[in-house]
Design a protein around this ligand. Structure first.
Ligand SMILES: Nc1nc2c(ncn2[C@@H]2O[C@H](COP(=O)(O)OP(=O)(O)OP(=O)(O)O)[C@@H](O)[C@H]2O)c(=O)[nH]1
Ligand SMILES: [Mg+2]
Length: 362
């Protein structure tokens, strides 16, 4: 048997969480088209059956991480801290790069297909983006160069590009780092995933399982519920609102006893959506509460499919000015810290079912 931790690293929005979900076959992490969706490191466990004369059975513990970007707020610094913690204990690192991005790094602006759409002053704009891009890239590679384990380059979203367009990108990236493997994948089309898994198992050390065979993540159910609500917010709102939003589960009532015949059991959930300003609160609530209703409806369906029960979901919006720079508030969102803090109460928690609302801790 082989086993090990595989950290999934990359800039925001390259498809890290989508890959994690495709590999586990479960919705472990939330996914949206907006960058900086993931804020915590998230574990997804994959069991690989032995393949005769190819490899033994294995358990791969994937660790999805927030997209690497230069931190501005305290929240950004915490996200980067999560990346560092994921890199501390790992046997292999996958560096994900979006295969569609070559359009932006093309050194000749006349070749960039986006140039025509940019209008007057386009070359300057591209130059500027290229510079930002290069320095953000360098920031990511500075993390990778510190590693003493194998590193694979995984090109993502290849369903969006022609295969021959990958070569220039691979050439430029492999000049920056000597990757052990280069593997193009499409998580959406499940293309290249078998090859990826096989190459991962090849380099994993011999060892026993880290997690029970049927466990696919380490996240408490309440945290996954909070994330599904946040996913709904990210989908339903624009501008800075998604980035200023945080979700805390305030009440989680599991169904009591047996449901009546013909009725599914009902879980009662109350959650608070935190934002930073009155204007954001107004957007989150919407005209006559329409936006909050849409957020709730979207989230409720996903929570119902996660829990397998009917869900009654109550949402309220609270303004917490500048929470993204409040260490204390950011701590209160982190379920791992909550567990650490509760320490000796852990046994109790297991019996009561993950009762982790910050209100009840303090
Ligand atoms: N066409 C296509 N789109 C993809 C693929 N993988 C991811 N995407 C899309 O890319 C966007 C970002 O995906 P995520 O998985 O959230 O990316 P991420 O790297 O986890 O992003 P952050 O958590 O924000 O750092 C979403 O709109 C996905 O649907 C793919 O294989 N093909
Ligand atoms: Mg993500």
């Amino acid at each position: 048997m082989k086993s090990g931790f595989v950290a999934i690293l990359g800039r925001p929005n390259v498809g890290k969480s989508t890959l994690l979900n495709a590999l586990t076959g479960e919705k472990v992490a939330i996914v949206t088209a907006k960058p900086q969706t993931t804020r915590n490191r998230i574990i997804g466990v994959v069991e690989v059956a032995a393949q005769k004369r190819v490899h033994p059975a294995a358990q791969i513990v994937f660790v999805d991480t927030p997209g690497v970007h230069k931190p501005g707020s305290q929240l950004d610094r915490r996200m980067l801290q999560e990346v560092h913690e994921a890199l501390e204990s790992r046997d292999l690192v996958l560096v994900l790069v979006d295969a569609t991005r070559r359009i932006r790094v093309d050194s000749d602006p006349s070749k960039a297909s986006s140039a025509a759409a940019e209008g007057p002053g386009a070359p300057n704009k591209i130059e500027k983006r290229k510079t930002n891009w290069a320095s953000e890239d360098e920031f990511l590679f500075s993390l990778v160069r510190k590693l003493d384990c194998p590193v694979f380059l995984v090109l993502t979203k290849i369903d969006l590009v022609r295969k021959d367009q990958l070569l220039p990108l691979i050439e430029s990236l492999t000049r920056q780092y000597n990757f052990a493997e280069v593997i193009p994948v499409s998580a959406r089309k499940r293309d290249g995933l078998d090859v990826l898994v096989r190459k991962i198992v090849d380099v994993l050390p011999k060892g026993e399982r880290y997690y029970p065979k049927d466990q696919y993540t380490d996240q408490p159910i309440r945290f996954m519920v909070a994330e599904l609500i946040r996913e709904s917010i990210l989908i339903e709102t624009g501008e800075e609102v998604p980035y200023a939003a945080a979700v805390v589960i305030e009440r989680f009532e599991e169904p009591e006893g047996q449901a009546r015949p013909g009725k599914r059991p009902l879980t009662g959930i109350a959650a608070a959506i935190y934002c930073e300003r009155d204007g954001q609160k107004a957007i989150l609530i919407g005209k006559g509460g329409a936006k909050l209703k849409a957020i709730g409806t979207g989230a409720r369906r996903k929570i119902e499919s996660l829990l397998g029960t009917q869900v009654y979901l109550e949402l309220r919006v609270i303004v917490e000015p500048g929470w993204r720079d409040s260490q204390g508030f950011i701590d209160s969102l982190d379920w791992r810290r909550q567990l650490e803090r509760l320490g000796s109460e852990q046994d109790n928690l297991d019996i009561r079912g993950e009762d982790l609302s910050p209100e009840e801790d303090g």
